[in-house]
Design a binder for this molecule. Structure first.
Ligand SMILES: Cc1cc2nc3c(=O)[nH]c(=O)nc-3n(C[C@H](O)[C@H](O)[C@H](O)COP(=O)(O)O)c2cc1C
Ligand code: SF4
Ligand code: SF4
Length: 293
């Protein structure tokens, strides 16, 4: 029987929803393990330090879904090392779809010495359109995540759950790329606090101009960390890109909001994909836990 004595929570959260999910997991872990640590891997500097996880640790790895995949700056997971360490993956998504994000993380974590047990799909506010599920994760989500973590730890320790049976054969869907390249709308109001440059996960904002460096214009992840965190609310997507993009996001929201009851952004349940002796299962957090796969 496996014993989990500590938990390491690693999150990448440009606009804060993933962090909320990570902190709900932290609260859920507190009574169960003697030691819980939280690591924010948003900035390039934070990803230079190796997070080495012993076999009796549970890794909880939480990140936003980008184009149905894991965000580009996380690729390779060089900042994580496991030693047969059990792992839970939390894919936080803007109510469209998670697609290959969890599977990609499961494959990469396995390469890095972890044993993934499940993939959670957590609906959240969309970072490119705050009108989609604006309040999620909310109190109910946080409560369900707190309860869920206890259940998952018991399932791993009691060997109710088997390591996640990951499909490694099907190619991952291509990574899309929106070149939104936010910039200061009025540089004269900038107070040179460098918050935008500090929290850019790609490290591509020029400290003098506060714009994306010319040689890195194709690297912006459109993650919105710089827009969200500028204390003067100065940063925005330039008009020539913003106008067609706004229309795209309006149609996107319309599509989401014309879904049937139960699939609307504010109603989507937290789902967990895992494997037990009967095979692959889909669990609904806070629900009846029916197998629907
Ligand atoms: C570039 C980009 C691509 C995204 N792609 C998807 C997607 O494929 N599916 C989805 O449901 N949400 C998608 N989202 C929404 C985010 O996954 C979601 O809002 C997440 O909660 C953001 O996390 P954060 O608040 O920690 O930054 C995308 C967001 C961005 C910025
Ligand atoms: S410049 Fe692009 S990658 Fe950097 S924080 Fe802003 S949106 Fe994210
Ligand atoms: S975060 Fe805003 S105010 Fe601070 S340096 Fe960047 S653009 Fe200027």
């Amino acid at each position: 029987m496996r014993k989990i004595n500590r938990a390491t929570i690693v999150h990448f959260s440009p606009t804060g929803t993933v962090r909320k999910v990570a902190l709900a997991f932290k609260d859920g872990c507190a009574p169960l393990t003697s030691k819980v640590s939280v690591h924010d891997v948003l900035t390039p500097e934070s990803r230079t330090e190796l997070i080495d996880c012993t076999q009796d640790t549970l890794l909880i790895f939480a990140f936003p879904v980008y184009y149905g995949r894991m965000p580009l700056p996380l690729r390779g997971l060089n900042f994580l090392k496991g030693h047969g360490t059990p792992a839970i993956i939390a894919t936080v998504y803007g109510c469209r779809a998670c697609e290959d994000a969890g599977r990609e993380a499961a494959m990469e974590l396995t390469e890095r010495g972890f044993v993934p047990y499940c993939i959670g799909e957590v609906p959240a506010r969309h970072s490119l359109n705050h009108e989609v599920a604006p309040a999620r994760p909310d109190h109910r989500d946080a409560r369900e995540l707190r309860l869920l973590i206890g259940e998952l730890i018991r399932g791993i320790e009691g060997e109710t759950w088997l390591p996640y049976a990951c499909d490694t054969a099907t190619p991952l869907k291509p990574y899309g790329h929106q070149f939104l390249n936010p910039e200061p709308v009025d540089a004269t109001l900038c107070k040179s606090c460098f918050v935008c440059a500090k929290f850019c996960p790609m490290g591509i904002i020029d400290k003098d101009t506060k714009r994306i460096q010319e040689s890195h214009e194709n690297e912006c992840e459109a993650c919105m960390a710089c827009v969200e965190r500028c204390p003067k609310h100065l940063r925005a997507i330039p008009a020539k890109v913003a106008d067609p993009f706004k229309e795209h996001m309006r149609l996107f929201k319309e599509q989401l909001c014309s879904r049937p009851q139960g699939e609307l952004p504010d109603e989507l349940p937290i789902l967990v994909r895992l494997t037990d002796k009967t095979g692959a299962r889909l669990f609904k957090a806070g629900g009846s836990h029916e197998a629907t796969l």
